[in-house]
Design a protein around this ligand. Structure first.
Ligand code: AMP
Length: 372
């Protein structure tokens, strides 16, 4: 589940590839049953949107059939223009044939009306209409539709052959137009000692974002001897990760405390793949998402030096003992570093050189933050 951006608009996942597959199976079953005594029906797809539907439909249709296409134009942007013209016709002799139109979506019915017009003088034996998606709320015509895959509300959708201004047709599943993401949410990433906390203090002011450091929240709870603090202490003192359920619930509570935030810098979270998934799902419920993971890259030897230095000043138990520090790197390398792949797969990973003076590193980070 995720939010994607196509041109200037945001879309959220809506109908899964699996659901589409089941829907097509049902359509094929109904149509196969109805046409079992017919001789070689002709399936006609309405281009461009129906190409995926037609391909998947005929792969599941096991009796003999012919396949052809017509191309009409109706959509401009996200509004139905009403004006339709036939661009590519069909050359087959259709007299006496059973023709089944395969449409990706029927909404106002303007295209459907045109289809009926194109075929009315062709002396067909019968004309059937099958549509994968149907929007009953906006359908204005008194025209029969024989087979409907899924009825959906009047929201603009893309994917599985359907486009928004040319793009999005190659998506495997269907996405629905959603409100624009309001927040700037950034995961500040890097191993212990990379400088996330130091940099977040500067960046939160510059970009007017709320900084949530899960390590700081745990330390605050330990200091105040809360239940959460007592629970987290033994893990933290050893340099182990606190269990996911505890950390995820705590993170959500911190976000909820800031309903008016313009966005968040997440520091020290997510640290495992299940935390990353929980964060995506949590933000998606709010119509929000992660803009990017910005990773500070620093060699390990320099990190150990920095952490031991910090331990002398801060008194943090996990910063004073080299074996605990090594254990934190081990946790990072085995559980956390893989998050690079998680965000890279969404084109949301940005590496920044974390070696240099504090202000030089801030400069490097700002160049990425400005783009997100
Ligand atoms: P930090 O201040 O970010 O280095 O975090 C210090 C310690 O807090 C870590 O070594 C963990 O024990 C715990 N911790 C902080 N964030 C998380 C997290 N997202 N998941 C699990 N444990 C965490």
């Amino acid at each position: 589940m995720s939010i994607i951006k196509l041109h200037d608009k945001y879309f959220k996942s809506y109908i899964s590839a699996q659901k589409i597959d089941e829907t097509i199976k049902n359509l094929v079953n109904q149509i196969s049953e109805d046409l079992k005594d017919e001789d070689t029906p002709l399936f006609i797809g309405i281009l461009n949107g129906s190409f995926m539907f037609v391909a998947d439909f005929v792969k599941k249709y096991h009796a003999n059939c012919e396949v052809s296409f017509v191309k009409l134009a109706s959509y401009e942007g996200t509004n139905s223009t009403g004006a339709i013209k036939q661009l590519v016709g069909i050359n087959e002799n259709l007299e006496g044939r059973t023709v089944v139109i395969l449409e990706d979506i029927i909404d106002t019915g303007n295209t459907l009306q045109e289809i009926y017009k194109i075929f009315e003088n062709k002396n067909l034996k019968q004309l059937k209409i099958a549509t994968l998606f149907f929007k009953p709320d906006v359908f204005k015509k008194e025209l029969p539709i024989d087979y409907i895959g899924l009825s959906i509300p009047d929201k603009f959708i893309v994917g599985y052959g359907l486009d928004y201004d040319g793009i999005g047709r190659n998506l495997e599943s269907i996405y629905q137009l959603t409100k624009e993401q309001n927040m700037k949410n950034i995961v500040l990433f890097g191993p212990p000692g990379a400088g996330k906390g130091t940099q977040a203090d500067v960046l939160k002011e510059k970009y007017n974002l709320k900084h949530i450091s899960t390590g700081d929240v745990f330390r605050y709870n330990i200091k105040n001897e809360t239940e959460l603090g007592l629970l987290a202490k033994s893990y933290m003192d050893n340099g182990d990760l606190v269990p996911d359920e505890v950390t995820i619930d705590m993170l959500k509570a911190e976000v909820e405390k800031n309903p008016d935030a313009k966005g968040f810098i997440f520091d020290g979270f997510p640290r495992t793949e299940s935390q990353a998934k929980a964060l995506d799902a949590f933000l998606e419920e709010k119509g929000e998402g992660i803009n990017g993971m910005v990773a500070l890259e620093v060699p390990e030897d320099l990190l150990v030096e920095r952490l031991l230095g910090r331990g002398k000043v801060s008194g943090r138990a996990d910063d004073q003992d080299e074996s605990k520090i090594r254990n934190r790197f081990n946790e990072y390398n085995t559980k956390t570093a893989i998050l690079k792949d998680y965000y890279q797969a969404q084109n949301k990973y940005f590496a920044v050189n974390g070696v240099g003076s504090i202000s030089e590193i801030t400069e490097n980070l700002c160049q990425v933050f400005d783009k997100l």
